[in-house]
Ligand binder design. Structure first.
Ligand code: ADP
Ligand code: MG
Length: 221
């Protein structure tokens, strides 16, 4: 599903350098990414999503060479094939729950908002425990509820790859377990692959594999 080969990346200010000789994630695998703050975990997710482009090396997702696509193709690929769940949710505060979940369909011509999609959104929200809050402004939600909205939004297009950046980082322990369980269940239902950054070592046994960023030694250039 994900294949990284001889990847080298440096931010324009040249302060931080990331080298990943090789990283492979199989289809359907649930992989946790751990490592100290500042070691490049978020950078890796952005490289896999094609939000950042490596200086050299190859990032491929589902056999497609992400770093070699045009900007338009890469955006289209990301919005249709990759679900990104951010630690800070990145919800639009002026929209209610359902409009946040449907938002990717409104900003990209690569996704078509049909009645079937709206119905799937309602079913998904229900299974994530927020089915009764679809018309609620997201500003009136708890942290856990906001994260559920963000997960629904990421999953609605049926991505084959889900990237989660400390998706449970802002939640209390009970909520954490519950949200991760819901995320795992949705990922399994969608037969998706999961790459999740987490600081929570209690959650690691639930993953198939752990990738420790110590191994990549994100060092100053
Ligand atoms: P992590 O997610 O593991 O905490 P990040 O990938 O966010 O680490 O950041 C890795 C390093 O890159 C840090 O030193 C951070 O300051 C730096 N960094 C992150 N984003 C940028 C950016 N847009 N420009 C320059 N440096 C950045
Ligand atoms: Mg990070």
């Amino acid at each position: 599903m994900i294949k990284i080969d001889s990847l080298s990346f440096t931010y324009p200010d040249r302060e931080f350098h990331l080298d990943i000789p090789q990283l492979t994630v199989a289809s359907g695998e649930r992989v946790a990414v751990i490592g100290p703050s500042g070691s490049g975990k978020t950078t890796l997710l952005n490289l896999v999503a094609g939000i950042l482009i490596p200086g050299s090396g190859v990032v491929s997702v589902s056999g497609q060479h992400v770093s070699g696509m045009s900007d338009g193709d890469r955006r289209r690929f990301r919005i249709t094939r990759i679900g990104f769940v951010f630690q800070s949710f990145e919800l639009l505060e002026y929209l209610n729950v359902i409009d946040n979940i449907l938002h990717p369909y409104r900003i990209s011509s690569a996704l078509r908002l049909t009645r079937a999609v709206r119905e799937r959104a309602a079913v998904l929200a229900d299974s994530m425990g927020i089915g009764d809050k679809l018309r609620r402004p997201v500003t009136n939600l708890s942290q856990g509820e906001k994260q559920r909205v963000a997960i629904c939004r990421a999953l609605l297009p049926g991505p084959s790859l889900v990237l989660a950046d400390e998706a449970t980082g802002n939640l209390d322990p009970d909520n954490k377990e519950q949200i991760l369980e819901l995320l795992f269940r949705q990922v399994a239902d969608h037969q998706a692959t999961l790459l999740a950054v987490t600081h929570d070592h209690d959650l690691l046994p639930q993953f198939d594999r752990v990738v420790d960023f110590q191994a990549f030694r994100g060092t100053p250039a």
